[in-house]
Design a protein around this ligand. Structure first.
Ligand code: CMC
Length: 435
């Protein structure tokens, strides 16, 4: 018996033939039981249909557990609240990659290994020049991340554990450098080389905000908030971008290409692009007086407008990341002495929406993106960089999920099937005979 098999079964009856099919039921360490349908087609000639994957488990994973009803998020058994308040992003990265929190020696070595890979090949600087300066930073990130596979040929063999490890370290280290370079490129400022005497978050802030002309001192409150934001975005189970990374990786594509695919998937406003969209929405709403009008639009099925930063496929109670971020947001605004009217507007929007039966009935609560935009703006990031920061942090989760999948002995290419609704077979019509 494997670690997930049970003696329980699930029986389906074919109403046409009366035949019964017994399917095995698997159980993980947490979460609902899973009906194993892997042999369903072979034994019954039927596919299952679940286009948005609302009831489909695509893999086994030991990394992250979410209980959406209770608002629980855990990495390797540790609650996100504990990790965000007691750990560092590098420790969480180690935890996701290797399964346990590091001891002191492991932590020092891991930080050294990541630091060692923060520089990018000098030729990459020229690669940036191919982009327009007004390109969206996520467009640049998709390109340069995919481009890394053309630079690091010595770590592309996914079946060599040592090369996998080096690629994982390179990705986690270099994505921060690439993100900062992307920001600098769009501003027209010189790239800042990484500084390995700084922590991961400090170094990122330095590469992003320092200029060669003057000294730059990292504000510890900002560094701590940055680290927390990275922790909160590090992994989130089998969401769209992570599933994209896994699907790309299942074809044995190299890890840099897989992470580029993840970045592309994250970009959309239903996923990572929501943090940018929240701020744009708050600016559009403009003042508290306009909130009722926008709430009505969000409820109107004929209007494409949605309340950005509200709702989640899995969380139907609250998003635990949003609670942590809300507190961090207060701390940063307080420290910087910023009185951002957008925060007040956001609070009022949240209050009114949470009293509105439309949002209450559908269990639509503020998600992580509702607050991250406000805090990132206060820290000095332009709106167009918000999703890049999400991608930077999520690279840890993508790489860990990719590594877990490649290390699975039964790895097979992912290949969903479909419910075909097009024309049935028909004879070819020559051009002259077509009406
Ligand atoms: N504003 C207005 N109505 C909404 C919203 C919203 N933000 N979200 C969901 N609904 C309605 C939706 O119209 C549907 O109503 P009905 O049952 O009457 O048809 C109901 O709530 C259920 O929504 P759904 O579209 O079936 O939910 P989903 O699981 O397919 O979509 C979502 C989840 C996150 C894409 C969606 O809630 C949304 O578009 N939210 C805004 C974008 C956003 O904030 N995304 C960030 C997600 S958190 C970060 C991350 O993990 O990427």
């Amino acid at each position: 018996m494997s670690d997930t098999e049970t003696n329980k079964t699930f029986t389906l009856t074919n109403d046409e033939t009366g035949e019964k099919y017994t399917l095995p039921v698997l159980e993980g360490s947490e979460g609902p039981p899973v009906v194993d349908i892997r042999k369903l087609y072979a034994e019954t000639g039927h596919f299952t249909f679940d286009p948005s994957f609302t009831a489909t488990g695509s893999c086994k994973s030991r990394l992250t557990f979410i209980d959406g009803e209770k608002g629980i998020l855990m990495h390797r058994g540790y609650s996100i609240e504990d990790l965000a308040s007691k750990s560092s992003f590098m420790e969480v990265a180690y935890l996701l990659l290797y399964g346990d929190l590091p001891n002191k020696a492991q932590k020092d070595k891991f930080e050294h290994d990541i630091t060692y890979h923060t520089m990018v090949h000098e030729q990459i600087n020229f690669f940036y020049r191919g982009f327009r300066r007004d390109a969206h930073p996520m467009a640049i990130m998709c390109g340069v991340m995919g481009g890394l596979s053309a630079f690091y040929h010595d770590s592309l063999d996914i079946y060599d554990p040592e090369q996998r490890e080096i690629s994982a370290h390179r990705l986690i280290a270099k994505v921060a450098t690439l993100a900062a370079m992307t920001h600098k490129y769009t501003l027209g400022q010189p790239f800042m080389y990484p500084r390995n005497d700084l922590s991961f978050a400090e170094n990122f802030l330095y590469m992003t905000f320092a200029v060669p002309a003057e000294p730059y001192k990292v504000n510890p409150v900002l560094a701590s908030a940055m680290d927390k934001i990275f922790i909160l975005h590090a992994d989130h189970e089998q969401n769209a971008s992570t599933s994209t990374v896994r699907l790309a990786g299942s074809s044995q594509a190299n890890p840099f290409a897989c992470i580029a695919a993840g970045i592309a998937s994250l970009w959309g406003p239903s996923h990572g692009g929501a943090n940018q969209a929240v701020l744009e929405m708050l600016d559009e709403i403009g003042s508290k007086d306009n909130i009722p009008e926008y709430l009505e639009r969000a409820k109107d099925k004929d209007d494409p407008f949605r309340l950005m930063g509200f709702g989640h496929r899995v969380y139907k109670n609250f998003d635990p990341r949003a609670n942590v971020l809300k507190k961090a947001c207060d701390e940063v605004l307080d420290d910087l002495g910023i009185d951002d009217p957008r925060l007040e507007l956001a609070m009022e929007l949240e209050r009114i929406a949470l009293e509105d039966p439309y949002f209450v009935d559908r269990k639509l609560f503020p998600n992580v993106d509702f607050y991250s935009g406000i805090i990132l703006k206060a820290m000095g990031f332009p709106t167009s960089m918000f999703t890049v920061l999400f991608a930077l942090a999520r690279t840890v989760g993508w790489v860990s999920q990719w590594k877990e999948m490649i290390e699975e002995p039964a790895l097979r290419i992912g290949r969903p099937r479909q419910l075909y609704t097009g024309p049935k077979s028909r004879p070819y019509v020559d051009l002259d005979d077509r009406k």
